[in-house]
Design a protein around this ligand. Structure first.
Ligand SMILES: Cc1ncc(COP(=O)(O)O)c(CN[C@@](C)(CC(=O)O)C(=O)O)c1O
Length: 399
């Protein structure tokens, strides 16, 4: 007779469930290369110095008032400058409707709800593979999903030809989800030339580009370089939308700081669109949290803190690139019969190893190494201390 007796246990989240299993494991050699959260070479989480300095500066000065439904206007202004470039025309012309969001997830969800409300007949084309939660977000927003080719298993690279076929064959005016940089889970990004071709074809087809930029700065260490796809689409005159996250590039994971921006025809339309985004936020969470927004604003608006942050984000990116080289080198030194070039060709947080779910299961059961069953390795969890152990285990299950 219980009210909720029909409620079944939910399935484990394919990503966050890995962390739970890792934490439950008592083996001293256990390694977590599951969730995409940065760790230093000692395997410890990092709070950036720029963040600690920002905390010091706001200590005792922060109020506890409600933010507006659209969040911190000052933080949002800094955030879209980071995405679009300080001198972007769309900023000068005030054509960007932008609101603070609950990190990247919240920004994606706000857009999905906005898309459903104002383009009820639209669908969304999502790359294969993509971040697992993208499917949940557009499902819960009741936006029908289609897929488009992205990853090429044989080359472990981009299947550009098939991607372009799908872009050309989709109905005119289709919505596409694009990862701006550091594609999750494959680590495979289009080249600048390929982005230009994609942008051109989107013009021809009048497709709508929604960019999820969860790793700006984290991929190459350079925030402008990681925003290259967005800048190309802007130059070509596309009206894009962009979800930003400060979880990874500022290490503000649990502060839930992000931004959703939608480029409009003109300033008047941007005001209207922003007001509608706020209407969606109000019944969902009313208004976003203060603390993280103030940290982001403090860092991006202060030249010294911003310069320090740029240095720190490059240190994180460089450490990961170093671990890619180390992992590939160890695998090659072990005499692996497979090619591991993709470990260093891929970019950002993740290496899409190509291992099968069964091989992943063996890594976990025999070696206490935790990663998602699609073979994605969070390179941030690799250290000089565990890279040999990891390479040996991968070699054992793949040879
Ligand atoms: C492409 C992409 N978009 C958005 C997000 C959302 O992050 P945020 O809401 O914390 O800003 C992630 C995080 N993906 C992680 C790093 C964590 C997760 O799954 O939530 C991952 O391990 O894939 C992501 O990889």
């Amino acid at each position: 007779s219980g009210w909720w007796k029909a409620v079944e246990p939910a399935p484990k989240d394919p990503i966050l469930g890995v962390t739970e299993a890792f934490l439950a494991d008592t083996d001293p050699n256990k390694v977590n290369v599951g969730v995409g959260a940065y760790r230093d070479d000692q395997g410890k989480p990092v709070v950036l110095q720029s963040v600690r300095e920002a905390e010091r500066r706001i200590l005792g000065k922060e109020n506890m008032e409600y933010l507006p439904m659209g969040g911190s206007v000052k933080m949002v202004e800094e955030s879209i400058k980071l995405a679009y470039g300080e001198n972007a025309d769309v900023l000068k012309d005030k054509r960007v409707a932008a609101v603070q969001a609950l990190s990247g997830t919240g920004a994606c969800r706000l857009f999905a709800e906005f898309q459903k409300r104002f383009r009820p007949e639209s669908q969304i084309y999502i790359p294969v593979p993509t971040w697992a939660n993208h499917h949940n977000i557009w499902r819960d927003a009741n936006v029908p999903q289609r897929t488009f080719h992205y990853y090429h298993p044989e080359t472990r690279g981009l299947d550009f030809a098939s991607l372009m076929d799908d872009v050309k064959n989709a109905p005119n005016g289709s919505f596409f989800l694009l990862h701006a940089c550091a594609h999750n889970p494959t680590g495979v990004d289009p080249t600048e030339e390929q982005w230009k071709e994609i942008s051109y074809q989107f013009k021809v087809k009048n497709h709508y580009p929604f960019f999820d930029m969860a790793y700006q700065g984290f991929a190459s260490g350079d925030t402008d370089r990681d925003a290259k796809a967005i800048r190309i689409f802007l130059e070509d005159g596309h009206q894009i939308a962009c979800a930003q996250s400060f979880a990874k590039n500022m290490g503000l994971y649990g502060q839930r700081v992000g931004c959703l921006s939608v480029i409009c025809d003109d300033a008047k339309q941007a005001v209207a669109v922003k007001s509608q985004l706020q209407q969606i936020a109000r019944p969902m969470y009313s208004n976003p949290p203060v603390h993280g927004a103030l940290l982001v604003y403090s860092i991006l608006s202060d030249p010294d803190l911003k310069a320090l942050w740029h240095k720190e984000v490059k240190v994180m990116a460089d450490r990961i690139i170093g671990m890619r080289e180390a992992l590939r080198g160890n695998l090659e030194n072990l005499g692996s019969p497979l090619s591991w070039n993709h470990v260093t060709d891929q970019i950002g947080m993740f290496c899409y190893s190509g291992m099968t779910p069964e091989q992943v299961d063996r890594l976990t059961s025999e070696f206490h190494i935790y990663l998602t069953r699609n073979g994605r390795i969070s390179m941030a969890g690799v250290t000089t201390g565990n890279v040999e152990y990891l390479a040996n285990a991968i070699h054992e299950v793949t040879k």
